[in-house]
Design a binder for this molecule. Structure first.
Ligand code: HEC
Length: 398
């Protein structure tokens, strides 16, 4: 295990890098999708110019042209956007290792979900990424991809993704499962760029430079992978934010919530790509959003019964918090992975327990995502006790 201070700084630096290169990658791909849709007919007809657009940005005026490159017409300098994708992936994988592989299973596993070991979970994590790509790429390189205009392969891809979501949510801790689905989609996107799109572009460049006509089927195939990538973008971005929402990943049916979120993200992207022409997509997207909203609502019906139980003495709450939470949630945590209380949440003073009461109930008694990985072995009776104390008004009285 890494020294927590070093690990904290690595974590910060990698997240920062991941965000910067990720914005560079996704930002430029959004820009090109938008540009393609905004190009107008050239003002002076030119057989080499397919479309043009005048733009202004930061005090400058720009004329962008989309050109057909005739054989032997290779420009001397040609910029490619390719490193952003690779560095997004590398920084993402390093983060995955730092947070999930080097923390002794704290974030990776949850004994309430499955009983696999840390090495098994790491094997599953890496295996999912490698096998996921091989299966996806194999499917879309096979003759199946041409059946029914690709609809069959699309349906198979959705079913496989559903199985991956379900399988990971049933083996890894909720948050880890969500991130692994994100990592898989991100890996498919980057591999699409480097293994399928860039080589096709290179072959076309080589043909053009050698004075041959470029093979347009290569362009069409690369285009398809790039369309896949654009559908994966929104779900991946959403998953990257999911760690702030334990109410979603911490549920027993978290796989269904994630499935709905992916449908919503891909649906909204469809609306964007089709420039608002496929408005029908709003119906399933709206239905998925409504379902996710309703199914994640707190179970208030059970609350009054809990509150009606015996009055909880604060002394008992204090003992539970001291044995189950303070190793992490203290100004001076004793847990070896921490140098400061997580998110600044410390329960050393009783007033802090009152301040955080609703979140304590939510995380320890309702979602049961605290203590993290139940590292301190909290019992059901203790969860119920904390929940009841909050229901009864979180008073500091014995
Ligand atoms: C092994 C360390 C560890 C233990 C033990 C632990 N926590 Fe946490 N807790 C964390 C970490 C890490 C975070 C930040 C990440 C997150 O929110 O999942 C956190 C965040 C929280 C938050 C703030 C986030 C929010 O949802 O509002 C609350 C409240 C919380 N824990 C309650 C508890 C309670 C109550 C206990 C004891 C029953 C407990 N924790 C035990 C590590 C721990």
């Amino acid at each position: 295990m890494l020294d927590p201070h070093v690990s904290d700084w690595l974590n910060l630096a990698l997240r920062w890098l991941h965000l910067i290169v990720g914005i560079g990658w996704i930002g430029s791909s959004f820009y090109f999708i938008w540009l393609d849709s905004a190009l107008a007919h050239p003002t002076t007809p030119n057989p080499e110019v397919e479309g043009e657009l005048w733009m202004t940005h930061s005090g400058g005026f720009y004329l962008v042209e989309r050109r057909r490159l005739g054989p032997g017409r290779m420009p001397a300098v040609l910029h490619w956007f390719k490193w952003e994708a690779l560095f997004t992936w590398i920084s993402g994988m390093l983060l995955l290792a730092l947070i999930y592989y080097l923390t002794g299973g704290t974030y990776l596993l949850d004994s309430a979900v499955s009983r696999i070991s840390v090495p098994q979970a790491i094997g599953l994590s890496l295996g999912a990424l490698v096998v996921g790509w091989l299966v996806y790429d194999g499917l879309w390189s096979s003759p199946l991809a041409r059946v029914a205009g690709g609809h069959l392969a699309t349906a198979i891809s959705w079913i496989l993704l559903g199985l991956v979501v379900y399988g990971l949510c049933r083996t890894l801790a909720g948050r880890a499962a969500y991130y692994h689905v994100g990592a898989l989609l991100g890996t498919l996107m980057v591999a699409n760029v480097w293994v399928r799109i860039l080589p096709a572009q290179q072959a076309m460049i080589d043909a053009t430079a050698a004075g041959r006509e470029a093979d347009q089927t290569l362009s069409a195939r690369a285009k398809r992978r790039s369309v896949h990538n654009s559908y994966m973008t929104f779900p991946v971005l959403l998953i990257m934010l999911s760690n702030h929402f334990p109410g979603m990943f911490g549920r027993p049916d978290n796989w269904l919530v994630l499935g709905l979120l992916i449908v919503i993200g891909a649906g909204l992207r469809h609306l964007m790509i089709t420039e608002g022409k496929a408005r029908w997509i709003l119906a399933p997207v709206g239905a998925a959003a409504a379902l996710a909203f309703v199914m994640t609502a707190p179970q208030t019906a059970a609350a009054p019964a809990v509150a009606a139980g015996d009055r909880v003495a604060f002394g008992d709450v204090r003992v539970v918090v001291a044995t189950r939470c303070l190793s992490c949630h203290s100004a001076a945590p004793t847990d070896p992975t921490l140098t400061a209380p997580p998110l600044g949440v410390a329960f050393d003073r009783p007033e802090e327990l009152v301040r955080w009461a609703q979140r304590i109930r939510e995380r320890a008694a309702v979602l049961k995502t605290m203590p993290l990985a139940n590292k301190t072995g909290m019992t059901e009776a203790e969860r119920e006790l904390l929940g009841r104390w909050v229901e009864q008004g979180a008073v500091l009285k014995d």
